[in-house]
Design a protein around this ligand. Structure first.
Ligand code: NAP
Length: 483
């Protein structure tokens, strides 16, 4: 099925940090794909900005190389040459006063103005202040800011305050690229566009929920950055919290930015503080042929976690008594992201079959092979009496939609187009981010104030043994991590 392209209004998009890694790997190739899809208006401008001194042509050559490499596009493509004509460049130091007048002269009246802050968060304030002081920003301007949005509640609060000095909340688009993923949005469609699941979506019928985001890569290459962050800041406070919210939230009254975000916020506020026994931290160990976490982080004394498992409780009517188990880590057995909802066993079995019916399980796979798998009980075929067996109703979205995935916009493409459309549904609101930090801060502080070392685990394993015990204690087990 070819995805429908809804044209957007004419725009001028300025990418601060256009010479950086994120612009090269994601933003520019993403915009190119939208151009190929026919979504970029003929007169739209994409203006790169960074300190590097270069002219429009040099930036076009740089962008071309990035799109060829990361977008896997043929260098001689005429379409690529057409796209590059939309690009321009202005040299600007976020901390200086040069270049801003030129940028202003390039912005067209009547077009939507969006500014992507793809730079270190320490520069957000300088950019916001200059955009305001040089009269480039007005009430309709949109700004896009990247993660990490703070490293604790205080810093997130300070960042929000800096941005709000010059922009209203409706103008600020905080990116969590997880929310731009097709299947993450599908969570809302599955829950709120089907009658089937919602009546059972509560502690009365759900035994527990498991959310897993497993990676096979380590932190080599970005060890010094990661070592200051760790799995809780890097994955739990943002991406996993968003997944948890989409699973746990009440139906919003409408698929509308504030209605959706209000419901997510209520979930975050209902999270109970974690008990010390509800969390396991791990660090991958060196093997004979591969370095361990502390080698990759170049910090032999590091206590930063490359793995974390949590048992989370939500204190509200719907979820009282149903734990949510979250785990995420580096150098694990397989790269996979999934959410598994394990339902309760039927209260009484009418069958003599040994063991009786097993609990139904709904697994929503985010990657790889996005899809859903519902485990149901059936009669085992054959004449051997009424014996029960569990079978998967397995649906790959790509198969079901007759799509090989090449036509699906990736998260960045979708989110940038949402900015131009002025739709904030898939962006985090300031109070949501702060509430998430308010919950994770005490967990991080307790750890930083202790002397405990993370549990070691082998690269290529499912994580530390202690994480298995977190589940066994509750007579439950993690699902196998496999691609
Ligand atoms: P990067 O490769 O270090 O690029 C930083 C960019 O900022 C460069 O274009 C740099 O260009 C520009 N810059 C630095 N100082 C500046 C100044 N004073 N004034 C104007 N421009 C300045 O960083 P990145 O990986 O692209 O990351 C950008 C942002 O995205 C960061 O907030 C990061 O946390 C976030 N992020 C990145 C990724 C990723 O995959 N890379 C993923 C998620 C979030 P000049 O040196 O030419 O000025």
């Amino acid at each position: 099925m070819v995805s429908r392209v809804i044209p957007v209004d004419d725009f001028d998009l300025v990418i601060f940090g256009a010479t950086g890694d994120l612009a090269h790997r994601k933003i520019l190739p993403g915009l190119y794909r939208r151009f190929v899809a026919g979504q970029i208006p003929k007169t739209a401008q994409i203006i790169g900005a960074a300190r590097t001194e270069q002219d429009d042509d040099a930036f076009r050559a740089e962008a071309k190389a990035a799109i060829v490499e990361f977008g896997k596009v043929d260098e001689g493509s005429d379409t690529l040459a057409d796209f590059l004509r939309h690009l321009g460049y202005v040299s600007i130091d976020a901390k200086g006063d040069g270049g801003w007048d030129e940028l202003k002269s390039r912005m067209r009246a009547g077009a939507i103005h969006a500014f992507y802050f793809s730079v270190a968060p320490s520069l957000f304030g300088d950019l916001a202040e200059h955009l305001a002081r040089f009269g480039i920003a007005d009430d309709h301007t949109r700004i896009v800011v990247e993660k990490p949005f703070g490293r604790d509640l205080a810093s997130a609060h300070a960042l929000n305050a800096v941005l709000r000095e010059h922009f209203k909340e409706e103008q600020i688009y905080r990116i969590d690229h997880y929310l731009g993923k097709e299947t993450v949005q599908n969570l809302m469609a599955v829950r709120f566009a089907n009658i089937l699941f919602e009546p059972l979506w509560k502690s009365e019928y759900v035994d527990h929920v498991q959310i897993t985001v497993a990676e096979t890569v380590g932190v080599a290459g970005r060890g010094s950055y990661y070592d200051k962050s760790g799995a809780i800041r890097d994955m739990v406070q943002n991406h996993m919290m968003q997944l948890l919210c989409l699973i746990a939230m009440e139906p919003p009254y409408h698929f509308d930015p504030d209605a959706v975000r209000d419901e997510k916020l209520k979930v975050i506020r209902a999270l109970e503080p974690l008990e010390p026994g509800d969390i396991v931290r791990g660090q991958y160990q060196a093997t004979e042929d591969a370095p361990g976490y502390t080698d990759d982080a170049e910090n032999p004394a590091s206590r930063t976690e490359s793995y974390v498992a949590l048992k989370v409780r939500i204190s509200n009517w719907r979820w009282q008594g149903t734990p949510f188990y979250l785990r995420t880590g580096k150098k694990l057995r397989a790269r996979t992201s999934e959410i598994a909802i394990t339902f309760k066993e039927p209260p009484h079995s009418i069958f003599d079959d040994e063991g009786g019916p097993k609990a139904n399980e709904l697994v929503i796979r985010l990657q790889p092979n996005e899809g859903m798998n519902l485990k149901v009980m059936i009669k085992e075929p054959g004449p051997g009496g009424m014996r029960l067996t569990q079978v998967p109703l397995d649906m790959s979205f790509a198969d079901a939609l007759g799509d090989d995935g090449t036509d699906m916009p990736d998260a960045y493409e979708r989110l940038i187009m949402d900015v131009i459309r002025g739709n904030q549904t898939l962006f985090m609101r300031g109070d949501e981010v702060e509430a998430a930090w308010a919950w994770t801060d005490p967990i991080i502080e307790a750890w930083e104030g202790s002397k405990i070392r993370p549990e070691p685990y082998d690269a290529g394993s499912s994580g530390p043994e202690e994480a298995l015990r977190l589940m066994h204690r509750d007579n439950r087990r993690w699902r196998e991590i496999r691609a």
